[in-house]
Design a protein around this ligand. Sequence first.
Ligand code: ADP
Ligand code: MG
Length: 456
Amino acid sequence: MTNEELWKNVLNEMELSLSRANFTTWFKNTSIISSNDTTILVSVPNGFAKEWLENKFNKPIFQIIRNFSPNVREIKYTIGGLNLAEKIQSSDFAQFMAERPSQDEQVDVEVNKLNNLNKKYTFDSFVIGSNNELAYAASIAITKNLGKAYNPLFVYGGVGLGKTHLLQSVGNKIFSDNKDAKILYIPAEKLTVDIVESLKNRTIEELKQRYAKLDMLIIDDIQFISGKEKTQDIVFSTFNELYSQNKQIILSSDRPPSAIPALEERLRSRFEGGMIADIGIPDFETRLAILKLKSKQKEFDIDDQSLSYIATNIQRNVRELEGALNRIFAFSQIYNKIPDFKEVKKLLSAYLSTPFKKTTHQAILKSVADFYNVSINDIIKRSRKKEVVRPRQVCMFLLREETKYSFPEIGAKLGNRDHSTIIHGYEKIKLEEDADQRTKQELTLIKERIYQTFDS
Ligand code: ADP
Ligand code: MG
């Protein structure tokens, strides 16, 4: 029996057990692209279909195939949409079939719960270029003379240019030199929420005392306190308290203090009282060096020509630069093959044409609901059913990451939930994304779906 005939049999039988819509969704454009005695490789059009065939339909498909080919032990699914699978020559087939690295391999959660420092952000993993030289030098100076070199240090620059990385590196360096140092890293948005909660629960004095005991306070994205009077009050008194004791304060923002609207004058002048350093857009050499470092960290053996190509085409944002590399890395893992230059070009153009910024919250809700096979209504409603709790949290996470909505806005879109619920959900999935390969993969697949939905 040829592969084609075999697959036809599978399709015929699956069609009988599924609704028409379901059948077309999952089995359209599928085929067997190769097989040996024990393994069959099925090509599917996208990652979404791959996930479903693997997880929901593998068992019945397997049973049908075994009726015809009793020696088959395993069915593998591969995304054929980019035409890479077909290119893999038969001599590579055995290697391709070899076990991929285990997907559920757990890595240590890298964020310290006490100080919010993420171990992955270090000076060692930070590439120095003319765009960030000054901010880098000031950060190093701080680690050598805490509270006395520059206080505060105010770092500003556009999104995805390395502010958080640099601030966290200072924290990690101090912490690794002295495990007793009392450090706190906090995004201003989270600080604002904490302050609002503390005022509500009448625990604001405790919060202030906790902050007053710190050796170093790092507030990220301070522009967020714009217009928030209560928060500005607390930041002001905390600032004075720490400053008078020569304790280090570091701040970051997407713009200089003078450009933050609705910021009290007394705070602005405090922020301007130390060292102000900006981070700009990295030049080509720096972008290339960043790509080289990141691929080395992943042990991803991609060639220099490909890296130059990526560095040439993504210029304004290091996060996006890294995002493109991660995408290409993910593909290389799926295919167990390092893409060559031609393939990188293709992958990159696919990556660059995804309309990242344009996704809507409807597309996110729909994609998550489809993926987990629950209804949008259930996600929004106050149902505590276990099967909707996680999809709902994934929505919170993706709404936050893929759109510009604030936590309260996301709460409003998700059935008027409180922002603290949203933050909780967001943080839970965020941690899982870092620690659990399985979650990471799910999120990638859902995102693929989100941007496909938007396209059509
Ligand atoms: P920001 O806080 O300015 O929005 P991030 O610090 O989150 O930016 O940086 C975005 C991503 O780019 C992070 O993964 C970070 O590690 C990486 N990155 C930015 N600048 C550099 C750099 N100079 N060297 C290495 N990685 C960098
Ligand atoms: Mg940041």
